[in-house]
Design a protein around this ligand. Structure first.
Ligand code: GTP
Length: 960
């Protein structure tokens, strides 16, 4: 139902500048204007009503009654609609809060709170905390002031109501949504939220100053971008929860029948005097110096059982009129004393009787007093006298004024002083909250150049509260409150005779009208106003977050597109890497093992023959071979020491042995060097070739600094291989060459200490070579076969020539000698033999001796070599045991070391691969999570947007 327009008086607002505040107005009839009485009394004059309440009440009694009934009905309907909308909005805010806390960190478009709105700017940049601050270059406050100053003038109060419910520059949610869903400025390359056009946040804008009282206003824009998403999200959560509280108090207020009027303004502006004037009696303390120190609410004494008294309250939350523990009672006259108890009380309630009657009596005289301001039969009104505004009281009063229970703010300004800074700040904020502010320019009588004063004050009001200015005829009043405090006591004829209503009458009339006749406005408009702003904020947040979610989704999908193939490739290649590493390891180990075995077997066969091992490769090949700078590198002997003759035979034999051992050792080293070369190649194959092929870091990804450092540290140093053996060599070598170069047996897998034998007499003679078996053996067997033979038979039996008999190379000794002699004696036992045996034996003996002496340079190396070879390849005591030969033991040892190194390289690659796989799996999971989250957010937000839009339409449809 369409309610009557708020403009009650028939006259048009005076054009600015005012020419005369006391411009002729319809003369009210002060005594016949008691509304309830008129409703009850059809005979009452409509002129009286018009005089008291303005032209909206003009007309016949029936018309007035009908209008009143219609007002009441509209009010009830609107109230019901508002309560429903408040409940719906509460649900929406709660759902957004849960969404923000558990599903999605709501992006806070902080610039919305500071953007300018000189004209609707469809492409204003929204930004998230990652972005820089305001693009306007102005402070939020400047922007906000500009916004408030640039409101398009509206032509009626109704317009103002509609218009001001949304701050200027506001785009309706559907428009904002149209922009946001049209993909405005969506630039996928940007990480920030792109630009949905939107209105600046009002209810849900960040108020850092509240969180940090020490923060200056100038710091705020600079602070915002430095806040993290989660901090802003928490701030939003707080905002949402305070919004829920506010909605709840609005609900209570909407359902409440009473109205509260806050009278505030500068120090000494005459606030208390105005309250007294409205009561037509001196209740509130007044003085030339500031004397109101605590908020004091004047309530009709009927609310206190008709008893006039002061309730000085320490904790308003706990105050209950019937509970004397919750307040200190004072007589009304002590109001000055109570106000002087600075800091003692938080709030004062003054229960008073209005000097005027509470309701208009049927038989009221026309020249009688007008109806009580506090109690008039319809709505109970209370007046709250606030302490004067200054830096200390500003925030307290602003907070108080924001209370939803405050229906009307009456702002008193002294015509002598105009607006102070505190007054401007308060007024600017208050007009945002309440849209309309009553402004009383007091002490008007003392102003000489009224036109100039009116112009100056008017300009200021125009800037600070445009809505009020637009309705200045009803909302701005130039009065002398002091003159009306005792008015009721004046003789009736003074008022009746007056042909002009006073400015104060007009003020009172407008205030009554505003509070009483437009309860919808005073009680319901703040709720509607708040709801529209809140819903617009919710819509803006939703739109911004739809864009953010879309962008996050797009970015996540792009990222998923990038990392999914990597992850899938890594998963598929896991086995390939395993196989590749194993293959390299097996191939290299087998190769090294075979090569080492061949080299050492060949060396052993030379040693067996008493020869120095010749170099395997050509000089060119030897030069091309990498050399490893390990500590024990030395050149093997090229040949045996020269034979010194019969007299140096013992020393020579020892030198031969040393030379052969050194030659063998040199071959072992050569085999190790070969292994180093192969290992280096194997390590490269694993770490570089396989690494390059399979690790994602080389498949197009930049290496991180840490990866680069790790890669630089992963350098294979072949010379470190076989370090254990080298330490053994070093230690044992100090003990002397007789230890066979001190190779020891520790860890080598072969008993090198077996070479630690002394050259004996029998090493001088190559008895084996003299045996047919030995000759056959030498001529027939290859080194491997010799070794096998040694291993299989465990001994080589040499047969002596003829009577020399069998002499086993390993069993030669006293027993063998005795057995041979026995056989010779047996032969000599026959007579025939005795005849020729002597000469033959003699010849043979001489020949043998000569042969042996001549053969010594060859026999000694052969014997020592054979002895060495046999010592190094011992016969296993357990026939079932695997024989351990010199070559196999060393090739095992060397290949074990190689395997160890390759295992390490393989482990490193596997680890890196596994880490890469894990990382990519984690990344994928995370990105998939982001996708799911963004999709969930979009689902919620689109539903949320629809609900907000629906609620917004419902609230807009409420016509107050
Ligand atoms: N001439 C003139 N003086 C006034 C008028 N209204 C108030 N005064 C004087 O201004 C002084 C301050 O008046 P108060 O009513 O105490 O002012 P206030 O704004 O309530 O003061 P605080 O609340 O203490 O800041 C007193 O001396 C009043 O007599 C007026 O309309 N005209």
């Amino acid at each position: 139902m369409q309610s009557a327009p708020l403009r009650l008086a028939a006259q048009e607002p005076p054009e600015f500048p005012f020419t005369d505040a006391e411009a002729p107005r319809p003369r009210p009839s002060p005594l016949a204007s008691r509304r309830s009485s008129l409703l009850q009394s059809p005979s009452a004059s409509s002129d009286k009503l018009a005089a008291l309440f303005g032209k909206a009440w003009a007309g016949s009694d029936e018309e007035i009654a009908r209008r009143h009934e219609a007002e009441q009905k509209a009010f009830a309907e609107n109230r019901e609609l508002l309560v429903t909308s408040l409940d719906e909005s509460t649900k929406l805010v709660k759902s957004l809060s849960v969404f923000n806390q558990s599903k999605w960190t709501v992006h806070y478009p902080h610039q919305l709170g500071v953007a300018t709105v000189d004209a609707p700017v469809p492409h204003r940049t929204l930004s998230t905390p990652q972005q820089t601050s305001s693009s306007t270059g102005r402070s939020p406050r400047e922007d906000a002031l500009r916004r408030s100053m640039s409101v398009r003038p509206s032509t009626s109060m109704q317009d103002i109501t509609e218009e001001d419910a949304k701050p200027a520059g506001t785009l309706r949610p559907e428009i904002a949504r149209a922009h946001s869903t049209s993909g405005v400025d969506v630039n996928p390359s940007k990480s920030s939220v792109p630009t949905p056009p939107a209105h600046p946040l009002s209810i849900l804008s960040i108020d850092l100053k509240m969180g940090h009282p020490s923060t200056s206003t100038a710091q705020l824009p600079a602070l915002i971008p430095s806040l993290s998403m989660s901090t802003l999200s928490q701030l939003l959560s707080r905002r949402l929860s305070s919004s829920v509280n506010h909605l709840s108090s609005l609900r209570t207020r909407v359902l409440d029948q009473s109205s509260r009027v806050l009278v505030t303004g500068d120090l000494n502006a005459g606030k208390s005097t105005l309250v007294n004037a409205l009561l037509r009696r001196e209740v509130m303390p007044w003085d030339q110096q500031p004397c109101t120190t605590v908020f004091c609410e004047v309530v009709d004494a009927s609310a206190n059982g008709g008893r006039e008294e002061l309730h000085a309250i320490r904790d308003l939350e706990k105050y209950h009129r019937a509970d004397k523990q919750t307040f200190d009672a004072y007589p009304l006259e002590q109001v000055y004393d109570v106000q002087e108890m600075t800091g003692e009380y938080h709030f004062v309630k003054a229960y008073v009787h209005d000097n005027r009657a509470p309701v208009v009596a049927d038989d009221a005289e026309e020249d009688g007093a007008s109806a009580s301001f506090l109690k008039n039969g319809l709505v109970d009104i209370s007046l709250i006298d606030a302490p004067g505004l200054n830096r200390d009281t500003l925030s307290t009063t602003a907070l108080f004024a924001r209370q939803s229970e405050i229906d009307v703010i009456v702002f008193v300004v002294s015509a002598e002083n105009h607006f102070t800074l505190s007054a401007k700040e308060f007024l600017w904020n208050a007009s945002r909250e309440k849209a309309f502010v009553f402004i009383v320019v007091n002490k008007w009588g003392g102003i000489r150049d009224k036109a100039r004063c009116m112009r100056v004050v008017g300009e200021q009001i125009k800037q600070l509260s445009p809505a009020t200015w637009e309705n200045r005829a009803e909302l701005v009043h130039f009065v002398d409150a002091a003159e009306h405090v005792d008015e009721v006591d004046q003789p009736a004829e003074v008022q009746v005779d007056s042909t002009e209503p006073s400015a104060f009458d007009h003020l009172e009339q407008s205030l009554r009208s505003f509070v009483l006749l437009k309860r919808s406005q005073s009680k319901l408009a703040p709720a509607k106003h708040y709801l529209l702003n809140l819903l617009a904020d919710l819509s803006t947040l939703a739109s911004a977050n739809v864009v953010a979610a879309n962008e996050e989704l797009a970015a996540a999908l792009r990222e998923l597109e990038r990392i999914r193939p990597i992850h899938e490739r890594l998963t598929a290649q896991r086995d390939e890497v395993e196989d590749g590493v194993d293959r390299v390891e097996e191939t290299v180990v087998e190769k090294v093992k075979g090569a080492a075995w061949s080299r050492l077997d060949r060396a052993l066969s030379y040693i067996y023959d008493g020869k120095v091992v010749p170099a395997q490769e050509t000089i060119a090949e030897a030069d091309a071979r990498p050399t490893f700078e390990h500590a024990d590198s030395f050149e093997g002997p090229a040949q045996l020491p020269p034979y010194p003759g019969l007299f140096g035979i013992w020393e020579w034999a020892a030198d031969v042995k040393k030379t052969l051992v050194r030659a063998l050792e040199s071959e072992v080293r050569a085999a190790e060097d070969d292994a180093r070369t192969e290992t280096a190649a194997g390590v490269k194959a694993v770490m570089t070739d396989l690494g390059d092929k399979y690790l994602p870091e080389v498949a197009g990804e930049e290496l991180t600094a840490e990866q680069q450092r790790q890669k630089a540290n992963r350098v294979f140093r072949p010379e470190v291989m076989f370090a254990k053996r080298r330490r053994g060599v070093g230690r044992l070598a100090a003990r002397g060459i007789s230890t066979g170069l001190g190779l020891g047996s520790a860890g080598l897998g072969v008993n090198w200490s077996a070479t630690d034998f002394d050259v004996s007499f029998f090493d001088m003679f190559d008895l084996e070579r003299m045996s047919s078996h030995g000759a056959a053996l030498r001529g027939r067997k290859q080194p491997k076969m010799i070794e096998d033979d040694i291993v299989e038979k465990g001994t080589i039996v040499g047969l002596g020539l003829g009577s020399v008999g069998m002499i086993g190379s390993r069993l030669i000794g006293i027993r063998g000698t005795m057995s041979s002699l026995t056989r010779i004696i047996e032969v000599l036992g026959s007579k025939q033999a005795r005849k020729w045996a002597g000469p033959v034996i003699g010849v043979l003996t001489v020949g043998l001796v000569v042969y042996v002496i001549v053969d010594l340079p060859r026999a000694i190396p052969r014997n020592i070599g054979r002895k060495l070879a046999l010592a190094l390849s011992p016969v296993p005591t357990d026939s079932a045991a695997q024989p351990v030969t010199f070559a196999s033991a060393h090739s095992d040892r060397i290949s074990r070391e190689v395997r160890k190194v390759l295992r390490l390289a393989g482990w490193d690659l596997r680890e890196r691969f596994r880490a890469a796989l894990d990382k990519s799996a984690a990344e994928r999971k995370e990105v998939e999570g982001v996708v799911a989250r963004a999709e969930g957010a979009l689902e919620f937000l689109s539903e949320f947007e629809r609900s907000v839009e629906k609620s917004d339409e419902a609230v807009q449809a409420i016509s107050l």
